[in-house]
Write a protein that binds this ligand. Structure first.
Ligand code: G3D
Ligand code: MG
Length: 199
């Protein structure tokens, strides 16, 4: 994370979690305000940028949306290394995805940066009738691991902007105050780029 002007912050954000939990959908909801019922699986990782303005600072997010499949696991450190914030996503209708989320948290704790701001997100909260992971379970685990916890729905947009605002607020609090003299574009273009293909 770097403060690139008096109150401009550039921060790397990574999304981790099992395939199918809704990582790409959450990012698309935030960046483009859209949701796709049939969302292509991410191959390797995808990159997005988005700018969010708070009263106290403007945050430019460099977002790495990872694939989540086991076969791409060895690439994950590339995405979480140097990240200022990590969002570990599970699907509230899948206990397996919650267990997988815990593994990501353990990996981040072992290998990641101790200053990393970590969020635990239970997505697909619109599917209440299929819920397998209780809200208390998520909350409890997040608390034990010093994470911020939220349940979201990329489909209905519930808590999605709140998630990114909360990340931005915490980044703004933590960012070093010494400017390092790099300017943001006034209206950075959102980009999406496939990094790895195909197996
Ligand atoms: P991933 O990036 O974590 O692998 P995706 O997950 O964003 O690709 O989403 C996987 C599937 O879950 C997609 O459906 C997507 O539409 C759906 N999905 C994502 N978020 C939500 C949500 O909040 N609620 C509901 N009900 N569905 C969601 P398909 O049909 O393409 O598998
Ligand atoms: Mg994806």
């Amino acid at each position: 994370m770097a403060r690139t002007g008096s109150n401009n912050i550039q921060a790397k954000l990574v999304l981790l979690g099992d395939m199918g939990t809704g990582k790409t959908s959450l990012v698309l909801r935030f960046v483009k305000g859209q949701f796709l019922e049939f969302q292509e699986s991410t191959i390797g990782a995808a990159f997005f940028t988005q700018v969010l303005s708070l009263n106290e600072a403007t945050i430019k997010f460099d977002i790495w949306d990872t694939a989540g499949q086991e076969r791409y696991h060895s690439l994950a450190p590339m995405y979480y290394r140097g990240a200022a914030a990590a969002v570990v996503v599970y699907d509230i209708t899948s206990m397996d995805s919650f267990e997988r989320a815990k593994k990501w948290v353990t990996e981040l704790q072992r290998q990641g940066n101790p200053n990393l701001i970590m969020f635990l997100v239970g997505n697909k909260v619109d599917l209440q009738q299929k819920r397998k992971v209780g809200i208390e379970e998520g909350e409890q685990y997040a608390k034990e691991n010093g994470m911020v916890f939220l349940e979201t729905s990329a489909k209905t947009a519930q808590n999605v902007n709140e998630l990114f605002y909360e990340i931005a607020k915490r980044l703004a609090k933590k960012a070093p105050s010494r400017p390092i003299g790099m300017k943001l574009h006034r209206r950075p273009q959102e980009t999406r780029r496939r990094m790895f293909c195909c197996s």
